[in-house]
Write a protein that binds this ligand. Structure first.
Ligand SMILES: Cc1cc2nc3c(=O)[nH]c(=O)nc-3n(C[C@H](O)[C@H](O)[C@H](O)COP(=O)(O)OP(=O)(O)OC[C@H]3O[C@@H](n4cnc5c(N)ncnc54)[C@H](O)[C@@H]3O)c2cc1C
Length: 430
């Protein structure tokens, strides 16, 4: 098996696809008896080897869909294997939607929640911030529910828990009435955006920007929540096909390949790429606006910093990339998020600015990571759990006030390390 970027390759002894909660519990019990470790796998879209195992790879692809909707509160129980791209259709009959989304919707909801996947917007948390309940299969095979009021420590740890505290069978999410967004995607001078971004992000619903290193303009994406009943102007099929699919993916892939052979092309690719990313103005149901196809594969690292690290952290990351002399054809992506109260979420206890750095998948990622990681660390950055980083338990104990509690809860629920792999042993320091 391999992850989306192709960098993480692993060979499980067995792939299990249970069709019920009881079968998940049985997989865990049987693996324990056979001395095999287990790793839950969602859509394998993480860049870190969180899901890698030589034991049992446990997929919840057969455990999908809505279990229950509490119309009065907007809370919805979804099975853990449900792909995010299915959720809008599942919620439509109830006129509900996810309050915010990231760049893509290929992930399993349990996988996205487990790494603290997020979008942008200072009034919005990532997915784990809207989780109000979990049903877990514990390593012992016991099935249990937890929430803020019932087994709160297990809940706080497992909300961003990388599948190390139990297998998420179902998740209760606080959804909102369905809504539409207007997207305005333009390019602007980098200097202007660096100066004004925080103020604009505070006033906007969802604001982010992409900066191709070494270029002078950035692509700004602003999504505004529209009042109910607003007239919508969706992107036409032709625009979607030509701009999003052909230019944004097929042509961009060709340009990235060319730049591998001829590194001097990297800068012009960035300049053209910046314009290709700006889709103009359109409006549509929220899930069609938040998400765009990402078919050109890349490697990625992303860190969350306290908001006041902006703009310095972005300026220094761009400088570090340019100074490295590496030909980079992918942009720096800058987003923001509200503070949440998870124990291990990257925005736990602080409003954050997220800065992500990418490189085309056919090029080595390590030199780029080594150029930017010291900058992120100097600004107190917390790495996205699903994106490349090289930190371990010692650093996490400094970055997260409740990390020691998470270590304690993990040791209680999984004393034999059934759900661990080498990567998680380093994370938890076990
Ligand atoms: C093209 C691309 C775009 C992306 N865009 C964004 C973005 O906009 N914002 C962002 O924050 N991140 C983004 N990511 C990162 C991605 O959202 C996370 O890595 C996410 O965790 C992947 O979900 P997955 O379903 O593929 O889970 P996997 O990568 O398969 O697994 C992730 C973790 O979840 C655990 N897990 C999976 N299922 C379960 C379960 N049922 N119970 C318990 N644990 C489970 C796994 O064991 C693992 O620890 C992007 C990644 C890619 C490749």
């Amino acid at each position: 098996m391999r992850n989306w970027s192709g960098k993480v390759v692993f060979h499980p002894a067995r792939v299990a696809r249970p069709g019920s909660d009881a079968e998940v519990a049985e997989v865990l019990r049987a693996a324990g008896e056979q001395g095999l470790r287990v790793r839950p796998v969602g859509a394998a879209h993480s860049f870190t080897p969180l899901m890698a195992t030589g034991g049992v790879a446990l997929s919840l692809d057969r455990l999908t869909g809505v279990e229950d909707v509490e119309q009065a509160t907007g809370e919805v129980w979804l099975r853990g294997g449900t792909r995010i791209r299915e959720i809008a259709g599942l919620l439509a009959p109830h006129r509900l939607a996810l309050p915010n989304m990231g760049d893509i919707d290929a992930q399993a909801i349990a996988g996205a929640v487990s790494t603290g996947t997020h979008g942008t917007g200072l009034a919005f948390t990532g997915y784990s911030g809207i989780v109000t309940g979990l049903r877990l299969a514990l390593p012992s095979g016991e099935i249990t529910e937890c929430s803020r009021t019932h087994q709160p420590e297990l809940f706080e740890a497992a909300r961003v828990g990388f599948g190390a505290f139990g297998v998420i069978l179902a998740i209760r999410l606080a959804c909102v009435p369905a809504f539409a967004l207007e997207a305005v995607e333009t390019t602007e001078p980098a200097a202007v955006v660096l100066e004004s971004f925080l103020e604009r992000a505070r006033a906007a619903d969802h604001l982010e920007f992409f900066w191709f290193p070494g270029t002078l303009r950035v692509t700004v994406k602003h999504n505004r929540r529209l009042p109910a009943g607003s007239e919508l102007r969706p992107m036409s099929r032709l625009d979607r096909l030509v701009n999003r699919e052909f230019l944004g993916n097929t042509v961009f892939e060709g340009m990235c390949r060319a730049a591998v052979a001829l590194p001097a092309l990297a800068r012009p690719v960035g300049e053209v790429g910046s314009r290709l990313m700006a889709g103009g103005t359109f409006s549509d149901s929220s899930h069609r606006v938040y998400v765009a196809p990402r078919r050109v594969r890349f490697h990625e690292t992303e860190f969350a910093m306290p908001l006041d690290a902006f703009p310095d952290v972005v300026v220094e990351v761009e400088r570090a990339i340019v100074a490295s002399g590496l030909p980079i054809t992918f942009p720096i992506e800058v987003r923001v998020a509200a503070a949440d109260d998870t124990w291990l979420g990257t925005s736990s206890g602080q409003e954050s600015v997220y800065v992500a750095v990418h490189r085309y998948h056919r090029e080595p990622f390590e030199p780029l990571a080594e150029a930017v990681w010291p900058v992120f660390r100097a600004f107190g950055g917390r790495p996205h759990w699903g994106k490349d980083h090289d930190l371990g338990a010692e650093e996490f104990a400094e970055l997260y006030p409740r990390f020691v509690d998470a270590q304690r809860v993990r040791a209680q629920v999984d004393p034999d390390g059934l759900l661990l792999n080498d990567h998680l042993r380093k994370v938890f320091g076990t």
